[in-house]
Design a protein around this ligand. Structure first.
Ligand code: FES
Length: 336
């Protein structure tokens, strides 16, 4: 059965874990309600992080034909909200609550040409897609960019599988990805699928827009947690609700407001849908926009933000000076 967005939760088992690259853990899960994962699908997992139960989304890297076995691979991020540490601590025999595969990054079959672009751990969202394109004999280029080879999961097996279709860029080998050059090779019939850090995806979106390419042909999956600045604690005030809440380094603004009793709207919780939008009334600091929902112009206007992923940080001048100012950023908002 194909993946869908109907959430079916199950208590599955961890059957295998291993480290496959620096800081990246591969975890094989056994489903009790199997469903095969289509390319681009993910599962939501209930993790225990910072004393709270939270859900996190992880791309499905592989799925057995019957959908009984699902593989995820997770980077332990030093500034993560705690979910990746929880996943890294899992051992075979543990049980985990997770959904059947969900789909919001589908591969459209039949395009004239494809580019798959993965940055770092974003590779996990692209492996299944690349496998399908290869099996379909599609015209595709699979671009994999990373900081250092030892941190690039699945690199060797991808080279074996995709041969010349795989183009590898490694920063510390002096072969960093040039986004302008990549997009220069795109025509109106090319579809580009990408997953990676926000800086990479933002650069691609800007270049794509500058070249006036077909916007529906640019598709992306986000992690919803990589930003322009390191996360730091900040204060959010909601005068209409009489709330003043500290948003810790390991919490999102949406989570902090929910904890404080605010009735919040949301859907994706990954900065993609815009449903969690809040209006900014006053700002002492800078907004670290981490969404892919707003245009650059909207983000620069600093009138609204996607509170599931975006954060406030001290002003850019303070950050650039690496000042040890202890006053947190403060953002005053109105909730829709
Ligand atoms: S819930 Fe979708 S962008 Fe925040």
């Amino acid at each position: 059965m194909a993946a869908s967005n109907i959430e079916v939760w199950q208590l599955g088992a961890v059957v295998e874990t291993c480290t496959i690259a620096t800081g990246i853990q591969r975890v094989v899960l056994e489903s009790t309600i199997p469903r095969k994962a289509e390319p681009g699908s993910h599962i939501d997992v209930m993790v225990s992080a910072n004393g709270h139960e939270d859900r996190r989304s992880y791309s499905v890297v592989e799925s057995s034909e019957d959908g009984k076995r699902l593989v995820i691979s997770v980077l332990k991020a030093p500034l993560s909200r705690g979910g990746s540490e929880f996943i890294h601590a899992l051992k075979p025999g543990d049980h985990l609550k997770f959904t059947q595969p969900l789909q919001n990054f589908p591969l459209r079959v039949g395009a004239e040409r494809y580019i798959l672009l993965a940055g770092g751990i974003g590779i996990t969202a692209m492996i299944n897609m690349a496998r399908v394109l290869k099996n379909l004999n599609a015209a595709y280029t699979f671009v994999y960019a990373g900081r250092t080879r030892s941190a690039m999961a699945y690199l060797e097996e991808l080279q074996k599988t995709h041969g010349e279709n795989l183009v590898v860029h490694v920063d510390d080998e002096g072969s960093s990805l040039n986004v302008d050059a990549l997009i220069a090779g795109v025509n109106m019939d090319t579809e580009l699928y990408m997953c990676g850090p926000i800086r990479l995806m933002d650069a691609v979106r800007r270049t794509w827009t500058d070249r006036e390419l077909n916007f529906p042909n640019l598709r992306y999956e986000t992690f919803g947690n990589s930003g322009w600045f390191d996360p730091e604690e900040f204060i959010v005030k909601v005068p209409a609700l009489g709330l003043e809440v500290a948003v810790g380094q390991g919490r999102s603004m949406l989570e902090a407001l929910e904890d404080a009793g605010a009735d919040m709207m949301f859907d994706c919780r990954k900065g993609e849908c815009g449903l969690c939008e809040v209006r900014i009334l006053k700002l002492e600091g800078t907004i670290d926009h981490r969404d892919v929902f707003y245009s650059v112009r909207q983000q620069n206007a600093t009138e609204k933000m996607a509170c599931c992923v975006s954060r406030a940080v001290k002003s850019e001048a303070v950050l650039e000076a690496k000042s040890s100012s202890t006053s947190p950023a403060v953002v005053t908002i109105e909730v829709s």
